[in-house]
Design a protein around this ligand. Structure first.
Ligand SMILES: CC(=O)N[C@H]1[C@@H](OP(=O)(O)OP(=O)(O)OC[C@H]2O[C@@H](n3ccc(=O)[nH]c3=O)[C@H](O)[C@@H]2O)O[C@H](CO)[C@@H](O)[C@@H]1O
Ligand SMILES: C=C(OP(=O)(O)O)C(=O)O
Length: 426
């Protein structure tokens, strides 16, 4: 199992290019299943979840390859599939594999998808995906760990429906939006998620011939069509706002002057506001963000919530910053019931944190001290890397397969900014 060895205490300087968003790439790769013509995506990040999704697509019988001349380009051809089953062995490491359910069911009238594996951050049920597809006429049973779904007999086509999910769900909205593109008639998704990855997916589907309105708001209307086609041009994946936010927090913690390139500042308003409140100096243009930080930041309270509020996927990284800031902060997690797994590991680095239900009280201290710590999930890993960048001495972050699931060459990018960080193969 690979580890990261970090020697803290180096300020970060220079430029870093932000990759395409994991959370847009995953549904968009699955969206290629909706049509019989090839689909090309560009700005595809190089990370484990993308490789896993490509494996799932190949298992179904699609061709799904990265371009040899352009590594950020992936071409998928789902013209001929030989299976509509996504097995547990492929699905267990990645919850987002549930995103093949809507497209397979909508195009082929049948799908068998393993329930995604358990995850450290919460129980993460998929009942809303199932409820929405049932409202569209699907017959669904869940047995032996699999979701078995069939479109209504007769037409073999899902029917448009008005669907109000019990809570705002990102992949739920994506699955139902994809399914609705090929359903008979109109679907209205109420209480839809508004995260930037959803309008990005909608724009891709529209370029494939789908009829969608209202994406980016809480009510999305989809008029089903009989078939979709290749997008008119390769779809360019939106920049990864969480990767960008992670680098912003790293600079605010370690100090320095860094410009992020190929990024959308307007997708990070809540995080940028909090970083400014903490004392970082941030300027932004159309596709860049510059962050400057020196000395200790001030602790800031924050509470995670659905977009456009502060993202749960940035909670752990910002908490690492609060650990070494001046003052005491309250960090409240409202999306996942168990997303404080990084707390114990940050405490191993000397942080003063007490958890009370959904709130962590973080008392900032002047200096963390390097130690051997364990990554427990994707963003927890990123928070430990940030802590390692500022801790004195050496920090070893173990089990970084979690980090590799969702970050594109994080340690190489940090090294490019002057961090002393290396991967130990093992
Ligand atoms: C691949 C991807 O895009 N992952 C993101 C997506 O995950 P994901 O789409 O899995 O997260 P959801 O938005 O669905 O989850 C929000 C909340 O709703 C609950 N819920 C969700 C669906 C359902 O059927 N039943 C149910 O109870 C979840 O347990 C959670 O408490 O959004 C999360 C919230 O922004 C992010 O942290 C993840 O990075
Ligand atoms: C929780 C995350 O991802 P996933 O939904 O793929 O587990 C994340 O990106 O922080």
């Amino acid at each position: 199992m690979d580890k990261l060895l970090i020697r803290g205490g180096h300020a970060l300087q220079g430029d870093v290019v932000i990759s395409g968003a994991k959370n847009a790439a995953l549904p968009e790769l699955c969206a290629a299943l909706l049509c019989a013509e090839p689909v090309t995506l560009v700005n595809v990040p190089r990370l484990q979840d993308v490789s896993t999704t490509l494996k799932v697509l190949r298992h179904l019988g699609a061709t799904a390859e990265r371009s040899e001349s352009r590594p950020d380009e992936v071409r998928i051809d789902a013209g001929q599939l030989n299976s509509t089953e996504a097995p547990y062995e492929l699905v267990r490491t990645m919850r987002a594999s549930i995103l093949v359910l809507g497209p397979l069911l909508a195009r082929f009238g049948t799908a068998k998808v393993s329930l995604p594996g358990g995850c450290a951050i919460g129980s993460r049920p998929v009942d809303q995906h199932i409820k929405g597809l049932q409202a569209m006429g699907a017959q669904i049973t869940v047995e032996h760990g699999y979701i078995n779904a069939a479109a209504p007999a007769g037409t073999g086509r899902l029917k448009g429906a008005r669907i109000t999910t019990d809570m705002v769900t990102v992949t739920g909205t994506e699955n139902l939006m994809m399914a609705a593109t090929l359903a008979e008639g109109e679907t209205v998704l109420e209480n839809a998620a508004q995260e930037p990855e959803i309008p990005d997916l909608a724009e891709m589907l529209i370029a494939m011939g789908a009829k969608i309105e209202g994406h980016g708001s809480s009510r999305i209307r989809i008029q089903g069509v009989e078939r979709l086609h290749s997008p008119v041009r390769p779809h360019h994946i939106v920049p990864d706002r969480i990767e960008a936010g992670t680098f912003l927090c790293a600079v605010a913690a370690a100090g320095g002057d860094v410009t992020l390139r190929r990024v959308r500042a307007d997708h990070l308003d809540a995080v940028i506001d909090k970083l400014r409140e903490a004392g970082a100096v941030i300027e932004a243009g159309d596709d860049w963000i510059r962050v400057q930080a020196s000395g200790r930041m001030k602790s800031v309270h924050f509470r995670t919530s659905e977009y456009p509020a502060f993202p749960t996927d940035m909670q752990a990284q910002f908490m690492a910053l609060n650990c070494i800031a001046q003052g005491t902060s309250r960090v409240t997690e409202t999306i996942f019931e168990n997303r404080f797994m990084h707390v114990n590991e940050l405490v191993r680095l000397g942080a003063h944190i007490a958890v009370d239900g959904h709130t962590a009280i973080v008392e900032g201290i002047a200096q963390l001290s390097g130690a051997h710590v364990m990554a427990t999930d994707l963003r927890a890993s990123a928070s430990l890397v940030i802590a390692g960048l500022v801790a004195d001495g050496e920090t070893v972050v173990d089990r970084i397969y979690h980090l590799d699931r969702g970050y594109d060459q994080m340690e190489a990018k940090l090294r490019g900014l002057g961090a002393d960080i290396e991967r130990i193969k093992g």
